[in-house]
Design a protein around this ligand. Structure first.
Ligand code: HEC
Ligand SMILES: [Cu+2]
Length: 396
């Protein structure tokens, strides 16, 4: 797995450069590297030479040291001055370039959470991997929902911190189709080393197709399948297993319908509401024997996605009712044009904008997700986007 030094060849320090500014960064790195290496060799060899040449020994007559040499002093001042000014010139030019995204760059938001990445696209699509079109500048707005993380893509020579309560900006333009490593470069707790993902650089056409599909989310899949997909897409795999094996969090196998012990000794039978609460606000009920480290998903997961997770959890348990074959709205199709009713959407009850009606909303809960505005008539991605924002409370 680990390549040998010879295989690495050119790539001893870094993988092959795959962004527009990576070449310049490398060039400057090697300039500084070779200047330093050269200076080290010259200084150490002169030192060794002088130590031998002028060492005290019988018969050797001490000479007086020269007090001053204008020529020599100018030489050792001017040569480093030129070297340092060139480093400054190249470095400053690159710095300005890297710090200023082009106006027409495509904007993607990065949300870092212990210990996963979420990339959010202008059309509302989200993905745990960063998909980008080739040869197009991409502007990243980086944020963190908990502690400081750092987005690092070695092949692009791109590294930028994700800091809670502020936004950072970075940009890059990928030059070649392929998959590149992406990881967190700021120690952020137990699973820091597992906080990795990848950048998928695609031809623009392929990227658009991917984006359209990603915007559909999981709403057009059967719930159990959607739940399985969300299990990894939402980063739950970092801490939970589906096969009974132990991890930072309890396994999902045989969870639904079984009894769990909470810290404090209280026992509770796992049902829909308990799972919903465990996802949105994990610290409300902490399972005995586990630490309260699960990040709250409030505002980062839609009701429909929670339903999908619940149905999938049912499919993993021997004590659960049979999971639904379809999202509940599908079993009760509304006549076309019933857009004003709760639960309906302009794209039909099963459309991407379909409303969550299950598990039932708490009585008196504000139905902010009922979209009866004039925009409800508009078709396509705008509707979808607004609808998705509606159900997630617009917290993103
Ligand atoms: C950083 C680690 C981490 C991540 C990521 C995480 N969890 Fe958890 N989860 C835990 C831990 C630890 C517990 C047990 C302590 C507690 O109840 O808060 C837990 C508890 C739960 C429980 C209650 C389990 C039980 O046995 O009663 C559910 C349900 C759950 N998580 C679902 C999820 C889902 C769904 C996701 C992804 C959307 C997720 N978790 C992501 C760490 C995590
Ligand atoms: Cu991190």
């Amino acid at each position: 797995m680990t390549p040998t030094l010879a295989q690495l060849g050119q790539r001893f320090w870094m993988p092959d450069a795959r962004s527009t500014y990576a070449g310049e960064t490398d060039w400057l790195f090697y300039l500084i590297f070779w200047l330093s290496a050269g200076a080290t060799v010259i200084i150490i060899s002169l030192m060794i030479f002088f130590i031998l040449r002028y060492r005290r020994r019988p018969g050797h007559v001490e000479q007086a040291s020269p007090a001053h040499s204008t020529g020599l002093e100018l030489t050792w001042s001017l040569i480093p001055l030129v070297a340092f000014m060139s480093i400054f010139y190249v470095g400053f030019r690159s710095f300005v370039n890297i710090a200023t995204p082009p106006d027409y760059a495509y904007a993607i938001t990065v949300s870092a959470t212990k210990w996963s990445w979420e990339f959010i696209y202008p059309n509302g699509a989200t993905s745990p991997e960063l998909h980008v079109p080739k040869d197009r500048p991409i502007r990243l707005t980086l944020a963190s929902t908990d502690v400081i993380h750092s987005l690092f893509v070695p092949a692009f020579r791109l590294k930028k911190d994700c800091v809670p309560n502020r936004f950072n900006t970075a940009w890059f333009q990928a030059t070649e189709v392929g998959e590149y490593e992406l990881y967190c470069a700021e120690y952020c707790g137990t699973k820091h080393s597992a906080m990795r993902s990848k950048v998928v650089v695609q031809e623009p056409g392929q990227f658009m197709a991917w984006l359209d599909n990603a915007a559909q989310g999981t709403t057009n899949m059967p719930p159990v399948e959607a739940g399985l997909k969300l299990f990894s897409a939402k980063g739950c795999t970092q801490c939970h297993s589906a096969d009974g094996s132990a991890n930072t969090g309890p396994t999902f196998k045989n969870l639904f319908g079984h009894e769990v012990m909470l810290t404090g000794g209280q026992k509770i039978v796992v049902d829909e509401e308990y799972i919903r609460e465990s996802i949105l606000n994990p610290s409300a009920k902490v399972v005995a024997g586990f630490e309260n480290v699960m990040p709250p998903y409030q505002g980062r997961i839609k009701d429909l996605e929670i339903t999908a997770m619940i149905e999938w959890l049912k499919s993993l348990s021997d004590k659960a009712p049979k999971p639904l074959d379809a999202f509940p709205a599908k079993t009760d199709p509304l006549p076309p044009g019933a857009g004003a009713q709760p639960g309906a959407s302009p794209e039909g009850p099963n459309g991407p904008g379909a409303r969550m009606t299950y598990p039932p909303a708490e009585p008196g809960a504000e139905r902010s997700d009922v979209d009866d505005s004039p925009l409800a008539d508009a078709r396509g991605s705008l509707t979808r986007l607004l609808a998705e924002w509606g159900t997630s409370g617009g917290a993103e």
